[in-house]
Design a protein around this ligand. Structure first.
Ligand SMILES: Cc1cc2nc3c(=O)[nH]c(=O)nc-3n(C[C@H](O)[C@H](O)[C@H](O)COP(=O)(O)O)c2cc1C
Length: 182
């Protein structure tokens, strides 16, 4: 039986996730060799271990951002809020890894975080493991902050952005879609 990659991808999209932006400091192939701050939008972020505190995410090894993230000593995780939809789309664009014009906050350990994130995790790179066309980046959390007053998270489901519904949802409905006009 032939494996239908597109159908596989669509099926994986049935799993609703949050959205995060990973930032690091590094050079991107084909650009100035000086290291600069770069970012990438991901939904593969997940917690791994509480003690020691470990998180992971997966990066496409074909991404031009891959060499920087795979070799940098660490990365910063910004958990996006519903209001970050535009910045999330921008940092998911081909070649759109620069952070110019994006509102940032400095961190203690290096790579900046996105302003108004729900939470920020400052990580040291623990390991990079090849996994098919992606690599699993395991990070040890050295510092973190939670900003409980920021509001609703940005949500990704079946290839589209959404947000959690406010208040108690009716049975069977866990969210609503954010349309482009919002
Ligand atoms: C919601 C969302 C989640 C994404 N999650 C991931 C991810 O977990 N890992 C990844 O490598 N790319 C992910 N991408 C794609 C990257 O953001 C980006 O499009 C890609 O790295 C661009 O390629 P380039 O680095 O060669 O410019 C995601 C895109 C979107 C919109």
């Amino acid at each position: 039986m032939e494996f239908d990659t597109r159908a596989f991808r669509n099926a994986l999209g049935s799993f609703p996730t949050g959205v995060a932006v990973m930032t690091t400091t590094g050079a991107v192939p084909g650009e100035a060799e000086d290291a600069s701050h770069i970012g990438i939008t991901v939904n593969s972020f997940t917690s791994v271990s509480l003690d020691p505190p470990l998180v992971l995410w997966c990066i496409d090894r074909r991404s031009r951002r891959y060499p920087a993230f795979a070799t940098a000593p660490g990365f910063t995780v910004s958990i996006l809020a519903a209001g970050h939809k535009a910045v999330s789309s921008r940092l998911a664009g081909p070649g759109e890894h620069r952070l110019d014009g994006i509102e940032l906050i400095p961190t203690e350990l290096g790579p900046p975080a996105l302003a108004d994130s729900l939470a920020v995790f400052e990580c040291a790179r623990e390991s990079v493991q090849d996994a098919g066309d992606h690599a699993i980046l395991l990070g040890r959390v050295l510092r973190f902050a939670r900003h409980a007053d920021v509001g609703a998270p940005l949500v990704y489901f079946q290839g589209r952005y959404g947000a959690l519904a406010q208040g108690t949802p009716p049975d069977g409905i866990i969210g609503r879609r954010v349309t482009d006009s919002e």
